[in-house]
Design a protein around this ligand. Structure first.
Ligand SMILES: [Fe+2]
Length: 380
């Protein structure tokens, strides 16, 4: 092979060095960019709690809601677990955001803690927020009951994906619980001998798995059960009443311009509790506004839940990672579409609000800032 010669020296080694240098520069930039995104997602965005505002108008509710609207401060998914610097930073931020705030109800839609070690910080947060005029209420979330391990997340969900395929893609996806009927050879679907696939087929299979995995709730291993009764008692002592498949008739100066006459209901968690919408609504008079608290938005799969005028939920954390065009990379729900992982939506006449919540189990957020929300529900 003939090399170019300049002043009697070969240029090939210099060219190679230049290409290698450009490659290393590119790699360095990519690495730097990746580290920057990772740093932002772990250290910056999860701490950057915002206070959002939302107005909801309910028809035919004249005289049942205050003239200036019923103001509800909605918290969710605080996930406290005793990581002091992170949790104190969030508490301080929320203290500043809510300083001097006047409102009627405080509601928390579950995942108060991640485990028992988070109880002190949970109480500190509650003490840091101005007291509501009419009381504080909440419902339990899945993490209030259970701690999970992500150690076998991939293998567990791969087995589930295979079971789903064995059922011709009709695996029951509600709440992440997939029934697994035996296959014709008597083995559980994921025990069938693996088929030999070409590299291309493997890539296609991986793509299908990723697509499936992103669109159904994770199935995780339960490793520890939290003392949920301790949580309930402590919250009660702190003035937060847990609504367990029950409704309260909130009446305060009915008929007065500042008066309230409505029902506030709450159901147990969909994935770890025993939600019962029928029981929760049993005492409700349909002529009055009805607000339902449910940690898991999949309660909307029960048609009866649509009887509520407003449903407030959490659980999704807005997907924790949300990308332009694609939306949330994971909805944590069996029925929400990708752009419905957080925010306001309608189901029939029902106004639904799903908050991104305050905390997270895996300490990472990108494009899904933590939030608390001041809702104003007005007649009109
Ligand atoms: Fe949560």
């Amino acid at each position: 092979m003939a090399y170019g010669v300049l002043n009697g020296e070969s240029t090939a080694p210099q060219t190679n060095l230049k290409v290698a240098g450009q490659f290393l520069n590119g790699l360095g930039m990519l690495l730097g960019f990746g580290m920057g995104v990772a740093g932002y997602s772990i250290l910056r965005e999860p701490l950057d709690v915002r206070l959002d505002h939302l107005k909801i108008r309910l028809r035919n509710t004249g005289g049942q809601l205050p003239g200036r609207g019923l103001r509800i401060l909605h918290l969710s998914d605080t996930h406290f677990q005793g990581i002091e610097w992170r949790e104190r930073a969030k508490i301080d931020r929320i203290r500043r955001l809510t300083a001097g705030l006047e409102y009627d109800l405080l509601v928390h839609t579950g995942d108060f803690w991640h485990n028992d070690s988070g109880l002190n910080n949970l109480l500190t947060l509650l003490d840091s927020i101005p007291r509501p005029r009419l009381g504080s209420y909440g419902v339990l979330g899945n993490h209030d009951y259970v701690c999970y391990s992500h150690s076998d997340m991939w293998t567990r969900n791969w087995a589930r994906y295979q079971a789903h395929n064995e059922q011709g893609g009709n695996g029951h996806q509600t709440n992440g619980l997939v029934s697994k009927p035996a296959s014709p050879n008597g083995l559980a679907p994921h025990q069938n001998p693996p088929k030999k696939l070409s590299m291309f087929q493997n890539m296609v299979e991986f793509y299908r798995f990723a697509k499936y995995f992103m669109n159904v709730p994770f199935v995780l291993k339960r490793v520890h059960f939290n003392d949920v009764e301790r949580l309930r008692r402590t919250l009660s002592d702190h003035g937060v009443q847990i609504l367990h498949n029950q409704a309260l008739h909130l009446q305060h100066k009915p008929g007065h311009p500042d008066g309230v006459d409505l029902y506030l209901a709450g159901v147990d968690d969909v994935s770890e509790g025993q939600p019962d919408v029928h029981q929760a609504f049993a005492s409700v008079q349909t002529t009055k506004p009805l607000i339902l608290l449910s940690h898991h938005p999949d309660i909307l799969q029960e048609a009866r839940a649509w009887q509520a005028d407003v449903v407030l939920s959490g659980h999704t954390h807005g997907g924790q990672i949300s990308l332009p065009w694609l939306g949330a990379i994971h909805t944590h729900s069996a029925h929400l579409r990708r752009h419905e992982a957080a925010g306001y939506l309608r189901r029939g006449k029902t106004h639904v609000y799903i908050t991104r919540g305050v905390g997270e189990g895996i300490p990472l957020r990108f494009g899904a800032r933590p939030q608390i929300t001041l809702l104003t529900i007005k007649a009109g």
